[in-house]
Design a protein around this ligand. Structure first.
Ligand code: SAH
Length: 206
C-alpha cells in the first residue's frame, strides 16, 4: 500500500499511516481477495465500487484532516473510506443510499471496533441536517453539481471535496466556504460512479 501512495503526491504522514493501519482486504468481496492491495477500484456489488486507494488518499489529504474535526461522507459503499476517515477525524457521519451496502459496511466497521462512526441510510445529497454543520464534507460519487444542502451544512472555513461530472470525465474539486460562499479549485481528473438522489442524477431506489 505504501508504494502506491508515497512519492505520488501523498505526503501527509497521518494519511499514510491511516492507509497502513486499515486492512483493505476486509472490505473486498472474497472472490477478489488476491487483488485487495492493488491500486484500482474493485466491484462491491449493486454496480458500485470500492474506490482506488490512491484517489481516496488524494481526496482525504485535500480535506486537511485533523482529530478535532467532524466530517460528513456521502457514499459509504464498502466502508473502506469511512475507516480511513475514522482514523483521521474526531467523528465521521456517513450516508449510503443502498441499504444492503450500508449494513455490510456497518458490520465490518463494528467488528473493527470503531466508536466514532455514525451511519445513515438515505439520500446523501440532502446531507444530514440533524448533525450539521460539518467541518468537512467528502462526496465519493460524481455529482452534476454541488448539492445545495451540502453547501448549507458546511461550516464557515469548512472544506468540501467532491467529484463533478463533466461529460468527458469527472473532475475532483476542493471548495472552501468563505463569507457563506463556496470558492472552488480544480484538483485532478478522476472517475467515479454517479451520485444518485434528489440533487444528484435522480433515482432514489437502486
Ligand atoms: N468510498 C466508497 C465507495 C464509493 S462508491 C468505498 O471506498 O467503498 C459510491 C457510493 O455512493 C456507492 O456505494 C453508492 O451507492 C453511493 N451513493 C450514490 N448516490 C448516493 C446518494 N445520493 N446518497 C448516498 N450514497 C450514494
Amino acid at each position: 500500500m505504501e508504494e502506491h501512495l508515497k512519492g505520488r503526491d501523498i505526503w501527509h504522514p497521518d494519511v499514510l499511516n491511516a492507509f497502513l493501519k486499515v486492512p483493505r482486504h476486509l472490505f473486498v468481496p472474497e472472490n477478489l481477495l488476491s487483488e485487495a492491495y492493488e491500486d484500482y477500484p474493485l466491484p462491491i456489488g449493486f454496480g458500485q465500487t470500492i474506490s482506488q486507494p490512491y484517489m481516496i488518499a488524494y481526496m482525504v489529504q485535500a480535506l486537511e484532516p485533523s482529530k478535532d474535526l467532524r466530517v460528513l461522507e456521502i457514499g459509504t459503499g464498502s466502508g473502506y473510506t469511512t475507516a480511513i476517515l475514522a482514523e483521521l477525524f474526531k467523528e465521521v457521519y456517513t450516508v449510503e443510499i443502498i441499504p444492503d451496502l450500508s449494513e455490510r459496511a456497518q458490520r465490518i466497521l463494528k467488528d473493527l471496533s470503531y466508536d466514532n462512526i455514525f451511519f445513515k441510510i438515505g439520500d446523501g445529497t440532502e446531507g444530514w441536517e440533524e448533525m450539521a454543520p460539518f467541518d468537512r464534507i467528502l462526496v465519493t460519487a460524481a455529482a452534476p453539481d454541488v448539492p445545495e444542502p451540502l453547501k448549507e451544512q458546511l461550516k464557515e472555513e469548512g472544506i468540501l471535496v467532491i467529484p463533478i461530472s463533466k461529460g468527458f470525465s469527472d473532475v475532483l474539486y476542493k471548495f472552501v466556504k468563505k463569507d457563506g460562499k463556496l470558492k472552488g479549485e480544480e484538483l485532478t481528473y478522476c472517475s467515479f460512479v454517479p451520485l444518485r438522489g434528489k440533487y444528484g442524477f435522480g433515482g432514489s431506489k437502486w
